[in-house]
Write a protein of this length. Structure first.
Length: 374
């Protein structure tokens, strides 16, 4: 926009110089061609180099002073040239510059003052020419304002695109982090649980291998089945996005966990209260993984003689799962999650819109509770 105004200023001055060579001006009024060319050169220099400096300042007073000086200088060029076309174009350049330098109201004032350059003419001619210049000034002001708005809109669109690109990168980074956490939870809760069960079964088999080979073989057979299930769990996690495998009903899946826990040396029961109802995938996954992690911790840390799973459907708008044991309890009675597994349980519950809590009494056991909407 600024380069275009500079080019228009140069073109207007060259038109003024060409017009000064004509013997008679376009209207009958005194004229001084040499003075017009000199004053026009000063005006053009200020309208290019001077304007380039003024438009970079935020001082409104300096901008107004520039407009006033140029307006008076433009009047002088107009009068000394005898109202030549080049002088009119120079005043129209000033109208466009005022749109860029002043508020819209100020630019309208400048556009209204420009036609007063015709005051030295015979009144009929002055009125006719003044109205024509007023229309031209209004056109120049409106056109400049529209071009400026279009440029501002383009710049805002570019900034919006850049911001959108930054947001997209942030979302991508967050999605990667969430997926990484999900895979980590699946590995810990699925494969970690299965390997813990296998470890406990192998220990149990080795303990009775010399005295009861038949029982040891049965326990090892269960360990083999559990290892095969762990391998299937790994394959399911890897191919979950391409070939998701529907999980068994929650009660059935919990019963299988209780059986595995009992086979590993901690007798575990399953109690279901209320009428079972379907749950969203996130809620069911959260409850299942909570039971899995709770029983794993019971076998590894609690030194319990029994454990109990309680699935409670009696709440009106929620389903609760409790994992109870009669072991040593947690060292931290505040219920803060000491390990990654319980952190994963808490994250899954929060993702499903629920919550997790732990109650522990030293020497009397602990209760892990997860409640999700359903």
């Amino acid at each position: 926009m600024h380069q275009a105004l500079h080019a228009l200023t140069v073109a207007a001055y060259l038109t003024l110089v060409a017009g000064a060579a004509v013997a008679e001006p376009p209207v009958s009024m005194p004229h001084h061609p040499v003075a017009a060319v000199v004053l026009g050169a000063v005006y053009a220099a200020a309208a290019t180099a001077g304007f380039a400096r003024v438009r970079h300042t935020s001082r409104r007073g300096l901008r107004i002073a520039y407009i006033v000086v140029q307006l008076l200088l433009g009047y002088a060029v107009f009068v000394t040239s005898g109202a030549m076309v080049g002088a009119i174009l120079l005043l129209l350049v000033l109208v466009s510059q005022s749109v860029l330098l002043l508020p819209l109201r100020g630019a309208l004032v400048v556009g209204g003052l420009v036609p007063f350059a015709h005051l030295g003419m015979e009144w009929r001619a002055g009125l006719r020419e003044g109205l024509g210049m007023l229309a031209a000034a209004a056109f120049a002001a409106v056109l400049t304002h529209l071009i400026m708005r279009e440029q501002q809109a383009r710049q805002e669109l570019i900034r919006a695109h850049e911001q959108l690109r930054e947001y997209s990168q942030q979302v991508e980074t967050l999605a990667v982090a969430q997926e990484r956490n999900r895979v980590a939870r699946d590995i810990h809760d699925g494969l970690g649980h299965s390997l813990t069960v296998v470890q406990m079964q192998v220990k149990a088999a080795r303990a009775v291998l010399g005295t009861d080979p038949g029982r040891a073989d049965a326990v090892l057979a269960k360990a083999q089945v559990q290892a095969e299930e762990a391998l299937a769990e790994v394959r399911r996690s890897v191919s979950a996005m391409r070939d998701p495998r529907p999980r068994a009903p929650l009660a059935e899946a919990l019963a299988e966990l209780a059986e595995q826990s009992s086979a590993s040396g901690v007798p575990t029961s399953l109690d279901i209260a209320g009428q079972a109802r379907p749950l969203v995938t996130a809620a069911q996954e959260s409850l299942y993984r909570a039971a899995q992690e709770g029983l794993t911790n019971v076998r590894k840390h609690a030194r319990a003689t029994r454990a109990e799973l309680v699935l409670d459907y009696t709440l009106p708008a929620a389903v609760r799962l409790e994992v109870r044991d009669d072991g040593t309890g947690l060292a931290d009675e505040t219920g803060d999650s000491p390990g990654y597994g319980l952190l994963g349980v808490r994250e899954r519950a929060a993702h499903a819109g629920g919550r997790m809590s732990i109650e522990s009494v030293p020497g009397q056991g602990a209760t892990l509770c997860v409640e999700v909407p359903g």
